[in-house]
Write a protein that binds this ligand. Structure first.
Ligand SMILES: [Zn+2]
Length: 107
């Protein structure tokens, strides 16, 4: 599977779980070449009581908001579950175990 195919596959899986317009999947560049960079803009969907009618991105506690923190943890797990089984490039960690080359960013 080349990186274009892999990116497409990752995106396909993620838009089954999240609305398409908050999903971003890109190939890493430069030193991150071969990596898949996943970003889910979940804060847009969160209606934080601190700032009703705005996403948590407008929350005054942004970054430390307990509501968004919880949603972020859940989102991370949802991403990992959705992309399970896809073949990523790997790198050896310090225990010499293969780790998949992707990053997940929930913002
Ligand atoms: Zn908040």
């Amino acid at each position: 599977m080349n990186s274009v195919e892999r990116t497409k596959e990752v995106k396909k899986k993620l838009v089954k779980v999240f609305p398409r317009d908050i999903v971003s999947v890109r190939n890493g560049r430069g030193t991150a070449y071969g990596w898949v960079e996943i970003r889910i803009h979940l804060s847009r969907l969160v209606n934080c009581p601190e700032k009703p009618d705005h996403g948590c991105g407008w929350c005054p506690k942004w970054g430390n908001c307990p509501i968004f923190k919880e949603i972020r943890i859940k989102g991370y797990r949802q991403v990992e579950e959705a992309i399970r089984g896809i073949e990523f490039n790997t790198y050896p960690d310090d225990m010499n175990r293969d780790q998949p080359e992707y990053t997940i960013d929930i913002d």
